[in-house]
Design a protein around this ligand. Structure first.
Ligand SMILES: [Zn+2]
Length: 300
């Protein structure tokens, strides 16, 4: 019954919203292509209803390995705005440089040129070439402001909305940052053993020492010498937990934990959503991570 009543109303609304002689599909006027989930999250929050957002990495897909199909390259080429973080997905970097006809926002370039305030005593650099910027909520806030600026320039009629949306997102990110600092302030241990080297930005922000099994990419396998070093570190520091992650195989973490009689838990690098996390978002996944870290590291 309700459905029958609603349908004519929806049809009536169509001519009002489908006003595009700007050549974009959907009712959001600005077309945006994003590389990975955390970037998509920022753009969708800031754009609200005013943009059509296409994310290149599908849920459940290992994000580092992304290759672009012809259709995806065409979408990127035609988009008004492309938002990504360079050094993470070579195929996207290449297409953004060679094909994109619209504006390109690169989160890594923002970090390099504008930077973010760091806590006292934090190293100014993370591991060279670490592309996992989104694990610091402050870097996400920097990206949110850049996306706000570009959307407002492309679509000045909705600049007020973009400003309001970005303010709300920046507030949410600041709240997450404060909660995380407080939750991880007082811990028995500050070393965290993780699957791949994704958490450098998190460690720098919240004073954690990351000990990754694999390299910056999940498929960079560890050497026996590296595993022996890890084992020594684990024993010295009294580490209780080896973290695996959501999109890469838990095999390495499980093997190491089994060998040493440790627990395993999940620390999500938030490189993408999966079937298990499809109802979560960036903020809730980061909060889950904080809980897992508190538990593993004896934080009060
Ligand atoms: Zn990664």
């Amino acid at each position: 019954m309700t459905r029958r009543l609603l349908l004519p109303l929806a049809l009536l609304a169509l001519p009002l919203t489908a006003c595009g002689d700007d050549g974009t599909s959907g009712d959001g006027g600005v077309s945006v292509v994003t590389s990975i989930y955390p970037v998509q999250f920022v753009v969708e929050r800031v754009a609200g209803e005013h943009a059509t957002v296409t994310n290149l990495t599908s849920p459940g897909q290992e994000a580092h390995d992304l290759e672009l199909g012809i259709e995806q390259t065409a979408e990127l080429t035609d988009a008004d705005l492309v938002v990504h973080g360079s050094g993470f997905q070579p195929a996207v970097d290449e297409a953004a440089e060679q094909n994109a006809e619209g504006t390109v926002v690169d989160a890594m370039e923002l970090l390099e040129t504008q930077g973010i305030a760091l806590p006292d005593g934090a190293p100014t650099e993370v591991a060279p070439d670490d592309p996992h910027f989104w694990l610091d909520p402050n870097a996400m806030a920097l990206l949110a402001r850049a996306v706000q600026d570009e959307l407002s320039r492309l679509d000045p009629d909705h600049a007020t909305d973009y400003g309001t949306n970005a303010d709300a997102l920046v507030d949410d990110l600041a709240a997450l940052d404060e909660e995380t600092s407080a939750a991880l302030a007082d811990c028995e241990r500050r070393t965290v053993v993780v699957s791949h080297d994704a958490f450098g930005y998190l460690g720098r922000r919240y004073d954690l020492e990351l000990a990754p099994i694999a390299g910056l990419s999940p498929d960079a396998e560890p050497s026996p010498a590296h595993l022996a070093e890890l084992q020594e570190l684990i024993e010295e520091e009294g580490i209780t937990t080896v973290f695996s992650e959501t999109l890469a195989s838990p095999k390495m973490a499980e093997t190491l934990a089994d060998d040493l009689g440790l627990a395993t838990a999940v620390l999500d690098p938030v490189e993408g959503l999966t079937e298990d996390t499809e109802d979560e978002d960036y903020l809730s996944l980061m909060r889950r991570n904080v809980e897992a870290l508190q538990e593993a590291n004896g934080c009060r």
